[in-house]
Design a protein. Structure first.
Length: 492
């Protein structure tokens, strides 16, 4: 499976199919409502949540403004601590670096900590093409891998699966990947977890190479941080002889002290816990403790292009908590696969079109995968104004215009299928800048309102097919004001 889901249909078509799957909708509704309710209680415990949220935003914005300096500082600190830093401009370069590093060890198997960056670049598939088997060790990622599936949620990648489906996957697939599931395996959570633990334990003890991402990289010390809930990450980060970490350049924070903010906001926003069960930190290599060789691959893959967009760059603040997914009415009904990206939900709708561009059908449709209700902004622990970025990207899709792609300034052409929308916006602009024409149009609309259709014709039919057209009032507001107030107050 491609990590970037290349070839997926546009969001409306993919979502229509997902909405018709009643089992999927039931799984999503139960899981998202449970997580969001727990999160709300956890956040309510902190009187200074708003201050923490603002602090996280300020730290991230400061880092992005000075990212060039902090990237150099990270390289210097990691190198001084015994690690090696590699720079990857895109997915192909990152995959080649990681594959080459694994090949140099002589190994053909690696264990992986859950990493969205490696999913983004399709690392597993790239390693497989070179004869290297990558084993996911996060429970949900293991379910996705065994089921030859794709992740559908940032925090819970297998959220679209219920316990019965997971039991069936374990029974049929585990034996092909390693230790088989017990013959009498049931769908009770304890038995499923135990089957996964036994299956993975042999891989942890055998693997010589581990691959991870990172939640944060501290520029001051060169320290990488991974937070997780199962302990699999600790096993991958400490047992192998070689550790390779693939990290997006936006994951940097300047100082060790900055972790104080994010280690409070991330667990409460994601798993609704006061503190993450496992918080692993490592700085380079240490003799007789942990991996003997450490490589850090700093990944761009569209992040510098995103940084150049003054409105869109706020998406790079994201700390991957998934709170926005759990409150989104669109995600709850459509699921994560409809977004055609490893980044689903509201954050995916603004991040993927910036990292990959809006040239494909799926990426051009993602900014429209939202009701603009604003719930995502309200829960975001780093205050990303997702609705603002969605509207900004919609304008880019419809109008085209200047942007940065591949480090070069380009002028994007408008996406296909939006000619009617562009014409409507130009007409609205013309009318709103001419008060006389606007007033005449309003009066004409009021006097002919009985003749107005209930649905729009032509391209507008898709919009009015699921909405009632607003009723035109009997008289325009200006005329009503003149009539009831006699013009007093100066309405013009």
């Amino acid at each position: 499976m491609s990590g970037t889901f290349v070839g997926m249909p546009a969001f409306p078509r993919a979502a229509r199919e997902a909405v018709g799957n009643t089992t999927l909708r039931g799984n999503l509704r139960h899981a998202t409502h449970t997580i969001r309710d727990k999160r709300a209680r956890a956040v309510a415990e902190l009187d200074d949540w708003a201050a923490l949220r603002e602090a996280g935003k300020q730290i991230k914005d400061h880092t992005l403004r000075h990212l060039d300096r902090y990237l150099v500082q990270v390289e210097e600190a990691v190198t001084a601590a015994g690690g090696t830093v590699h720079w990857a401009a895109d997915a192909d370069e990152a995959n080649d670096i990681v594959a080459r590093l694994v090949e140099e060890t002589g190994e053909s198997e690696v264990v992986k900590v859950k990493s969205m960056a490696t999913q983004e670049i399709g690392l597993n598939e790239a390693l497989q093409a070179r004869g290297i088997h990558a084993y996911e060790t996060d429970l949900a990622e293991l379910i996705v891998q065994l089921g030859k599936d794709r992740p559908s949620h940032i925090l819970v990648p297998a959220i679209h699966r219920n316990r019965g489906e997971i039991r069936d996957i374990f029974r049929s697939e585990m034996g092909e990947w390693g230790r088989p599931a017990p013959e009498n395996l049931t769908d009770t959570p304890a038995e499923l977890a135990e089957a996964a633990r036994l299956h993975l334990r042999e891989k942890f003890l055998r693997a010589k190479v581990g691959i991870s991402g990172a939640n944060f990289v501290v520029a001051e010390t060169g320290t990488l941080v991974v937070v997780e809930s199962e302990g699999n990450g600790r096993m991958c980060l400490t047992l192998p002889e070689t550790l390779i970490s693939v990290v997006g350049i936006e994951k940097i924070v300047p100082r060790w002290q900055d972790l104080e903010v994010f280690l409070q906001t991330l667990p409460r926003s994601s798993t609704a816990e006061r503190m993450n069960p496992y918080t692993s930190m490592w700085t380079g290599t240490t003799e007789e403790d942990g991996p003997r060789t450490f490589h850090l691959v700093l990944l761009d893959n569209g992040r510098t292009d995103t940084l150049a967009d003054e409105v869109g760059r706020q998406a790079l603040r994201c700390i991957r908590c998934s709170a926005c997914l759990n409150v989104c009415p669109v995600y709850e009904r459509a699921g994560g696969h409809a977004y055609g990206s490893v980044y689903p939900g509201p954050i995916g709708a603004i991040l993927s079109p910036q990292l990959r561009g809006t040239g494909s059908e799926i990426d051009a449709s993602l900014p429209y995968a939202s009701s603009l209700c604003g719930a995502c902004y309200e829960v975001c622990p780093v205050a990303i104004d997702i609705p603002e970025v969605l509207v900004h990207l919609r304008e880019r899709v419809v109008q085209g215009g200047p942007a940065v792609r591949g480090g070069n300034r380009v002028v994007l052409r408008p996406a296909k299928g939006h000619a009617a929308e562009r014409a409507a916006m130009r007409a609205a602009q013309w009318a709103f800048t001419r008060p006389g024409a606007l007033r005449t149009g309003q009066r004409l609309a009021s006097r002919t309102r009985r003749l107005h259709p209930r649905t729009l014709p032509g391209p507008g039919r898709a919009w009015s097919g699921t909405r009632d057209l607003p009723a035109v009032p009997a008289e325009p507001f200006r005329d009503w004001w003149q009539r009831t107030h006699g013009g007093k107050g100066g309405a013009k």
